[in-house]
Write a protein that binds this ligand. Structure first.
Ligand code: 5AD
Ligand code: SF4
Length: 491
């Protein structure tokens, strides 16, 4: 353990570095209204965590605001996954710096992965930052803010073995009242060699299923229509009374035999709220069981879509990435999925330019894409992250122009496949859950079908939250266009 961490363990609340302390030393800003402005970056988990943060702070008298100028506290929930994500945050802090000059009571905090990765360095490097809080320490926010209001700068980046925030009902932010996230696992044990997540979010642990169902039922009562179960690796979900996934083997036989895995949890969710659409993300090939696929097929309200990152089509690269599956195992899993649910859509994450990726390896990725014909995907250039195995042991040896070109090639191929997939819906009827007005036209609704493709159609007399059967008449690679036929039977 680094000295830095030891120090934080003794006193997680307060950073006692040698920095100029600023803020209102004479008194707190209690006289001011407590207004929280929170911005989230990166994955859905961060957006979901921000709702936990808002709930923790609302107990402490904070209301949320969408106006920066009204805020007494600005929190940035940050992402470290690629270097660019961190640069975005640094730029955003410059903007806050300007606001802070005119509002001496304003406090600024960094939450999430960047807080966890950089710890006290953030306070050293970014003079504007008052507060640094890692993903497992949000319940400590009231104490930390107290310190900050006394003119200290505060930090808690302790990772936890069992924190899942199961006792906190998220305060929904920017909500349309229709779609919501429920986080079911935290952390990741996979240790893909390129990834900072195991370091920033800690070891994998699952949340008590009872609290998940309670949250789901509460959403149902409030009129929500679609829920996405979230985790870095949802298929690895395992509840045996609490604790780390890696300690499951040490538990008693009775606890083992009554454990709840992901397929059981999925079934519980589907049966408890048969009118709510259930989605989940992210899946990892090595943990996805046939039972999960069967449960998906059994319940109409579980959506036909699996986000199944592959990262590369080359076995050599998969091995260097420490992915727990080969190309062949991945394709076999997709075949099994399609055997059970022929119209299940599959999406991907792919990284190009991982250390050692040759032209041949890149071709294998293109070839795998041809085999699967993903519905959509998220594609990235490899970004070396400090502290990861890849950074320590491998040379970032694919030059930038090559990374760019390879990215371009896979993006273009994905677009072609996406169009092939959207065309499959032409002249068919799909069930759409209306989410919002289309960005393109005020006269059109935008929603998604069960396969997670965006569908746009004229509003007529339908409303947000309605399930509507839509006949598809046209498409682009990303969107289906159609006209409503009738309410679906799910209404
Ligand atoms: N560089 C580029 N992409 C990355 N991802 C994770 N770490 C890195 C990295 N160092 C991508 C993976 C993952 C997605 C969330 O982000 O594809 O699945
Ligand atoms: Fe990172 Fe791999 Fe875990 Fe995903 S599965 S969060 S890529 S370590």
């Amino acid at each position: 353990m680094s000295n830095d961490l030891k120090k934080l363990e003794r006193n997680p609340y307060q950073y006692n570095g040698e920095f100029t302390l600023f803020g209102n030393k004479q008194g707190s800003n209690n006289s001011l209204e407590k207004k929280l402005y929170i911005e989230s970056y990166g994955c859905a988990m961060n957006f979901s965590d921000s709702e936990i943060v808002a709930a923790v702070l609302s107990k402490n008298g904070y209301t949320t605001t969408e106006k920066l100028e009204d805020a007494s506290l600005i929190l940035l929930n940050t992402c470290s996954i690629r270097e660019k994500a961190e640069q975005t945050i640094r730029k955003r802090l410059e903007k806050f710096n300007k606001i802070k000059r005119t509002n001496k009571f304003l406090k600024v905090g960094i939450l999430g992965c960047m807080a966890e990765r950089l710890k006290s360095k953030l306070i050293e490097e970014e003079k504007i930052v008052d507060l640094v809080v890692g993903p497992d320490a949000y319940k400590d926010l009231p104490n930390l803010i107290n310190e900050v209001e006394k003119g200290q700068r505060a930090i808690n980046v302790l990772l936890s073995k069992d924190e899942t925030y199961s006792d906190i009902t998220p305060h929904r932010l920017n909500t349309n009242g229709i779609n919501a996230f429920i986080s079911i696992t935290r952390g990741c044990d996979n240790m893909c060699t390129f990834c900072v997540v195991p370091f920033t979010r800690g070891r994998e642990r699952s949340r008590d299923p009872q609290s998940i169902i309670e949250e789901l039922n509460d959403l149902g009562e409030k009129g929500y229509k679609e829920v996405t179960l979230l985790g870095q690796n949802v298929d690895s979900y395992l509840w045996y009374g609490g604790g780390l996934k890696k300690d499951f083997n040490k538990t008693s036989e009775i606890k083992k035999s009554t454990a709840i895995n992901f397929s059981k949890l999925l079934e519980l969710c589907a049966t408890n709220q048969p009118k709510i659409r259930i989605r989940f993300s992210t899946s990892n090939p090595q943990d996805m069981s046939l039972n999960v696929i069967r449960v998906m097929n059994k319940y109409e309200n579980i959506c036909n879509h699996i986000h199944l990152p592959v990262q590369s089509g080359s076995n050599k690269i998969l091995k260097a990435m420490n992915r727990q599956h080969s190309r062949e195992e991945y394709v076999e899993l997709i075949n099994k999925i399609k055997d059970v649910i022929p119209n299940c859509s599959i999406s991907q994450d792919i990284i190009v330019g991982f250390p050692g990726e040759s032209e041949e390896d890149h071709k294998e990725t293109l070839d795998l894409m041809e085999t699967v014909k993903y519905s959509f995907g998220y594609m990235f250039k490899y970004s070396e992250r400090p502290g990861t195995v890849a950074q320590r042991k491998l040379m970032d040896d694919v030059d930038e122009p090559t990374k760019k070109r390879r990215l371009q090639e896979i993006v273009e191929l994905q677009q072609k496949h996406s169009l092939t997939r959207t065309k499959e819906f032409l002249n068919k009827e799909v069930e759409v859950l209306i989410e919002k007005t289309s960005k393109k036209s005020k006269l059109y609704w935008s929603g998604r079908n069960k396969e997670n493709t965006v569908v746009v159609f004229p509003k007529e007399n339908y409303n947000v939250g309605d399930f509507v059967n839509v006949k598809i008449t046209d498409c682009t690679s990303a969107t289906l266009l159609g006209s409503a036929i009738e309410y679906s039977k799910n209404n």
